[in-house]
Design a binder for this molecule. Structure first.
Ligand code: CUA
Length: 321
């Protein structure tokens, strides 16, 4: 479940550029480490205390201009090289012009889940970002441009194989872009401590072929089938009779809450509770019964529902697909 994404296998241009300078920095630091270690080991062995030492201090040398200049100028040069390379990469990532066809997403961080808007399509979802696959070839590329916002505290977007960490700051719009080269599920998480459930603020980027992405979009926009079985209908009644509606949104209904995740297409997701558990019947039931069991201190309270009410509400939620 909690797969750690491999930051040494970047699969998107911003992640590749960051990977390249990381390798360069590591290489420079590695060379310095080896030189210092070799010198240190040589000195320790060559000038160790011997049995016939007379106990006198060795001659003390002060004020060698050459040595002092060398150990001042060389580190300054190395640091300047690292600063230049890093700022060039930051600039290249931040100033990249997005092509006309770029997919636009607005990502809002909440304690402790992700709200995802597709303004072009009128879609709102949570915790799983669907994007079309892009390409190294600019002719065929379709990058995704993401505006990052926060509803409460500072969070940080981090999907290691796609892009560097970028904070989601209240009252400030940050921007990033990704252009995944391969279809698949990319794992990410919040990378800035944001409260008790920070570690369970997980994120997935699901990269589809353009056709499958379009299918996903069409499905997200289509209304879910109406509840049919008596249990589903009872669940719908209970859902609207309880305070579920004050926090959650189900499109085309009176349920228009915005405090919790949009549930319109809940069943099209892979996980619940921002990645805390796979979306299965058992886990959904347990979540509706008492979310605090799965995610302590999350903002969805135990609604004190009876088991048969949980059965019905779960059945209704399972029609949202
Ligand atoms: Cu959100 Cu840590």
């Amino acid at each position: 479940m909690r797969r750690v994404a491999d930051m040494f296998k970047p699969l998107s241009r911003p992640a590749e550029m960051i990977h390249d300078i990381s390798v360069l920095t590591l290489l420079i630091c590695g060379v310095i480490f080896v030189i210092v270690t070799v010198l240190l080991v040589y000195v320790v062995i060559r000038f160790r205390q011997r049995p016939d030492d007379d106990g006198h201090e060795p001659p003390q040398i002060y004020g060698s201009t050459h040595i002092e200049l060398a150990w001042t100028i060389i580190p300054i040069l190395i640091t300047v090289v690292l600063i230049l390379v890093t700022s060039r990469t930051i600039g290249e990532i931040q100033n990249r012009e997005m092509p006309e066809n770029a997919l636009k997403i607005r990502l809002v961080g909440h304690q402790w889940w992700w709200e995802i808007h597709y303004p072009e399509y009128g879609i709102i979802t949570a915790n799983e970002i669907h994007v079309p696959v892009s390409d190294r070839d600019p002719e065929k590329a379709r990058p995704t441009h993401i505006v990052l916002q926060s509803a409460d505290v500072i969070h940080s977007f981090w999907v290691p194989q796609l892009a560097g960490k970028t904070d989601l700051v209240p009252n400030k719009d940050n921007e990033i872009w990704i252009d995944p080269y391969e279809v698949g599920v990319y794992f990410g998480n919040c990378a800035e401590y944001c409260g008790t459930q920070h570690a369970n603020m997980l994120l997935r980027v699901i990269v589809d072929t353009p056709e499958n992405f379009q299918k996903w979009v069409d499905n997200q926009k289509a209304p879910p089938p109406p509840p049919t079985t008596p249990l589903e209908i009872e669940g719908e009644r209970l859902f609207f009779a309880n305070s579920c509606v004050s926090c959650h949104k189900v499109d085309r209904t009176v349920s228009q809450g915005v405090f919790g995740p949009d549930l319109t297409k809940l069943m099209t997701r892979q996980t619940i509770g921002a990645g805390v558990a796979p979306l299965t019947h058992e886990n959904l039931w347990a979540w509706v019964k008492n979310p605090q069991d799965l995610k302590v201190d999350c903002y969805m309270p135990d609604m004190q529902l009876l088991p048969k009410e949980v059965d019905a509400i779960t059945a209704y939620l399972e029609t949202l697909k």
